[in-house]
Design a binder for this molecule. Structure first.
Ligand code: FES
Length: 220
């Protein structure tokens, strides 16, 4: 090397890159490790929160008119019968349901049939029938409902919704139809099967919301 020639800088250069690098201290390395762990943790926690907050089921993903022969109606006080395609449960409420001590007294009903919308009225999860507890239970946040539709626990603030149902004869005449029984067009009636009935017609496009229900254990 002659005088005047530049000294090549080799310390801190990646070979062939020409980019100067300063080695990390142990403290900096640990800081970056901690920061990236926190970022992964917060992203995961945020994802879980959003997953729980979003409805599990979007309206409009199913629907139509369902014709159900009278023979397919469950017996009075039998377990609810699931109709997955229509997203509803068919219940036949008899004396047992009527005299269930868990039933909040505000929500009186007559014995009969209801088609209950299968989606939890809290945030839209699909709740399940739990035979050992003789009630519906939502796996997402723990709302609980009797098969009468009454909410008896959890964060939901109304009873379950139900679909408008018609009972028809063999000519398609309507012999009975679900009606709202609560102020504000809420809480659908139960239906008894009249003579001459051959089928139920359930339109999943016509729904009656459950009555308000916010007290611990159920009630307004
Ligand atoms: S969606 Fe929250 S309790 Fe059912």
């Amino acid at each position: 090397m002659t005088d005047g020639e530049e000294q090549p800088v080799t310390e801190g250069l990646t070979e062939g890159s020409g980019v100067a690098q300063t080695p990390l201290t142990r403290r900096e390395f640990l800081y970056y490790l901690w920061a990236s762990s926190m970022a992964v943790f917060l992203a995961g926690a945020g994802g879980v929160t959003i997953w729980f907050a979003l409805p599990r089921f979007r309206e409009g993903e199913f629907g139509g008119v369902f014709i159900i022969p009278i023979e397919d109606i469950p017996a009075p006080d039998a377990d609810p019968k699931e109709f997955a395609e229509g997203r509803f449960w068919l219940v036949n409420l008899g004396e047992e349901a009527l005299n269930d001590p868990r039933q909040p007294e505000e929500y009186q009903f007559d014995p009969g049939i209801r088609a209950i919308y299968k989606v939890c009225v809290h945030l839209g999860c699909l709740y399940k029938w739990v035979p050992t507890n003789d009630r519906f239970e939502c796996p997402c946040h723990g709302s609980k409902y009797l098969k009468s539709v009454a909410r008896i626990g959890g964060p939901a603030n109304r009873n379950l919704d139900q679909f408008i149902m018609q009972i028809i004869d063999d000519a398609g005449n309507v012999l009975a139809e679900t009606e709202a029984t609560w102020p504000g067009d809420r809480e659908g009636s139960t239906l008894q099967v009249p003579p001459g009935a051959v089928a139920l017609r359930i339109d999943t496009g016509s729904r009656i919301n459950g009555a308000p229900n916010t007290r611990p254990g159920g009630g307004t």
